[in-house]
Design a protein around this ligand. Structure first.
Ligand SMILES: NC(=O)c1ccc[n+]([C@@H]2O[C@H](COP(=O)([O-])OP(=O)(O)OC[C@H]3O[C@@H](n4cnc5c(N)ncnc54)[C@H](OP(=O)(O)O)[C@@H]3O)[C@@H](O)[C@H]2O)c1
Length: 215
């Protein structure tokens, strides 16, 4: 499958690497694509790996992943344009976070979420919010923790798109427990988990943790 990343930092490079190893054609979109020479080289200059502008990555992808900082995601996606994303699934892993007086806070609007803002701005795109609640190393390797017995949340308005993405999370990365939280307004809940995660990070001193819902 052709997969395009809008954003080529930690998440883009980590997920991109694993997807290339699985045989997918990955294009990382970057502000300065030339900066990704090392990433390509580290993959043995695989023919499956390419880099480009954000728009080129979006056009390349049959499926597109937003991996930009949440505070700029909407602006970046708007610069890519609706056409390049129309009809496609957009997995949104971004966290809308900002710091105010040294305190972390959500930058999404009150009673709203970045996921909803993106879906509203791109009505022809199927936005699926997922993977945003764990660190990138766990996104691609859930089995590394508690034998994979912990939960990944997923939300979005299009049921088929969510099922498709859930199947990818199982196939690509080995996720076992995927909890469908409903429509894209569920992004309010999963983006809000950032406030809890940052405190857990403070308590444990590392990010190798996740939530498991016991019921
Ligand atoms: N890292 C994690 O473990 C993790 C976990 C859960 C969710 N997330 C979320 O996933 C998203 C990506 O995280 P990351 O760790 O990959 O971030 P990152 O390493 O900081 O990479 C961010 C990417 O966005 C680009 N970017 C930064 N500012 C920009 C701007 N003003 N305009 C356009 N592009 C800009 C960067 O480009 P340059 O390379 O040119 O700076 C880079 O390609 C974030 O929303 C983050 O909150 C991350």
């Amino acid at each position: 499958m052709k997969i395009g990343f809008i954003g080529s930092g930690n998440v883009g490079q980590t997920l991109g690497r694993v997807l290339i190893e699985k045989g997918h054609e990955v294009k990382l979109g970057a502000r300065e694509p030339a900066k990704l020479t090392n990433w390509k080289q580290s993959l043995g200059n695989s023919e499956l790996a390419s880099v480009g502008t954000y728009r080129e990555a979006a056009e390349h992808g049959e499926l597109v992943i937003n991996a930009t900082p949440g505070v700029v995601s909407l602006e970046v996606l708007q610069s890519v344009g609706r056409e390049a994303l129309a009809g496609k699934i957009l997995i949104d892993v971004a966290l809308p976070l900002a710091f105010e007086n040294g305190e972390l806070r959500l930058s999404s609007p009150p009673n709203g979420s970045l996921g909803e803002q993106i879906q509203h701005a791109f009505p022809e795109t199927k936005v699926v919010k997922t993977l945003n609640t764990v660190t990138s190393a766990l996104m691609v390797n859930p089995l590394h923790l508690a034998e994979g017995q912990h939960d990944m949340f997923i939300g979005g308005n299009d049921a088929d798109a969510k099922n498709e993405v859930a199947a990818y999370l199982r196939q690509w990365f080995g996720w076992r427990n995927i909890v469908d939280l409903g429509d894209i307004s569920s992004a309010r809940a999963t983006e809000g988990l950032l406030l809890l995660s940052s405190r857990i990070y403070g308590a444990f001193g590392h990010s190798n943790f996740n939530l498991k819902v016991v019921h």
